[in-house]
Write a protein that binds this ligand. Structure first.
Ligand code: SAH
Length: 265
C-alpha cells in the first residue's frame, strides 16, 4: 500500500515519472499505478513500446520525442503543454526514460511547473547506468576493482566542459550517457590524462530490452568497435575494471539463450 496517494490534489497536477531503461518489469509499482490511473501520459523517445503498451485505452497519450528525421518537441513547448493539461484539471503522467532527475531535464520541468503554480510530484526510476550495467553483468562497484561510480553526460549544447584530469584520476567506474558521437574525445581525453589505453570499456546498446547488445573493448579500440558494429543510440559507455566481470556474470543473455533452447526442445 502506498503512503502517498496521487489523488491528494484537488486540481490538475503533474507526476514526473521515471520509466526505467526499457524492460517493463523494471517499472516501480508507483510508476505503473500512475500510468494506469492518470488522465494523460506525455512521453518521449526513450520510453519503450512495451511500456507505452501498458497505457490503458481510456488514457490519452501524447508523444513529445523525436520523430524520424525530425527534431523533438522543444523543451519550452513541452513545459507549456504540461502546464496547460494540468490547468484543464487533468492528472498528467510525464513519463521519461530511466530516472527523470538523471540527465532527464526533470529538474527543469519541475521548476517550470512550480513557477506556474502547478502541483507536481516525482517518481524515481531505474537510471540507465544502473539497469543497463546490471543486465550486462557488470556491477558498478566491486570489492577490489572499483570503490565508486561516476555518471557523466557527454552531451553539451556547445563544447564539452568535462574535468578529464579529475575523471581519469578517480580510479573507479565511469559511465558516459549520450557518448556515442563523442567516443573519440572520451577515449583520447581519458588516455591523455593518464588512463591506460588497455582500460576495459563496455558499450551497451538498447540495454534492458530484447534488442540489448553488449560489446567489450578497451580505450584503444572502442571507437573502431562502435563504428564496426554499427552501434546506435541509445547506448551507454562504461569504462573501468568492473567491465572484465561481464564475461563471467553475463546472466541476461545466458537466460535468454536457455529460454530459447527450452522452447526449441
Ligand atoms: N534519464 C535517463 C537518461 C536520459 S539521457 C536515465 O536516467 O537513464 C539518454 C541517454 O541515456 C542515452 O543516450 C544513453 O546513453 C542512455 N540510455 C538510456 N536508456 C538506455 C538503454 N536502454 N540502453 C542504453 N543506454 C541508454
Amino acid at each position: 500500500m502506498s503512503t502517498i496517494p496521487f489523488s491528494s490534489y484537488k486540481s490538475g497536477y503533474v507526476s514526473l515519472v521515471g520509466a526505467g531503461p526499457g524492460d517493463p518489469d523494471l517499472l516501480t509499482i508507483k510508476a505503473l499505478r500512475c500510468i494506469t490511473h492518470c488522465d494523460v501520459v506525455v512521453y518521449d523517445r526513450l520510453v519503450s513500446t512495451e511500456i507505452t503498451q501498458l497505457i490503458p485505452d481510456g488514457v490519452e497519450r501524447i508523444y513529445v520525442g523525436k520523430a524520424k528525421g525530425k527534431h523533438s518537441v522543444p523543451q519550452s513547448e513541452t513545459n507549456q503543454l504540461l502546464i496547460e493539461l494540468a490547468r484543464q484539471g487533468k492528472h498528467v503522467c510525464r513519463l521519461k526514460g530511466g530516472d527523470a532527475f538523471v540527465f532527464g531535464r526533470g529538474g527543469e520541468e519541475l521548476l517550470q511547473l512550480h513557477q506556474a503554480g502547478i502541483h507536481a510530484d516525482v517518481v524515481p526510476g531505474i537510471t540507465a547506468a544502473s539497469g543497463c550495467t546490471t543486465y550486462a553483468g557488470i556491477p558498478l562497484t566491486h570489492r577490489g576493482l572499483s570503490q565508486g561510480a561516476t555518471f557523466v553526460t557527454a552531451h553539451a549544447e556547445k563544447e564539452l566542459s568535462i574535468n578529464w584530469q579529475a575523471l581519469a584520476s578517480l580510479n573507479h567506474t565511469l559511465v558516459f550517457y549520450m557518448g556515442l558521437s563523442k567516443v573519440g574525445v572520451i577515449s583520447q581525453s581519458l588516455c591523455q590524462h593518464g588512463l591506460s589505453r588497455q582500460t576495459p570499456v563496455a558499450i551497451i546498446e538498447n540495454g534492458c530490452t530484447p534488442k540489448q547488445r553488449v560489446f567489450i573493448a578497451d580505450l584503444d579500440t572502442i571507437e573502431k568497435t562502435i563504428q564496426g558494429q554499427g552501434v546506435k543510440s541509445p547506448a551507454l559507455i562504461v569504462v573501468g575494471e568492473v567491465v572484465t566481470l561481464a564475461a563471467e556474470l553475463n546472466w541476461f543473455i545466458a537466460q535468454a539463450q536457455s529460454q530459447l533452447e527450452k522452447l526449441s526442445a
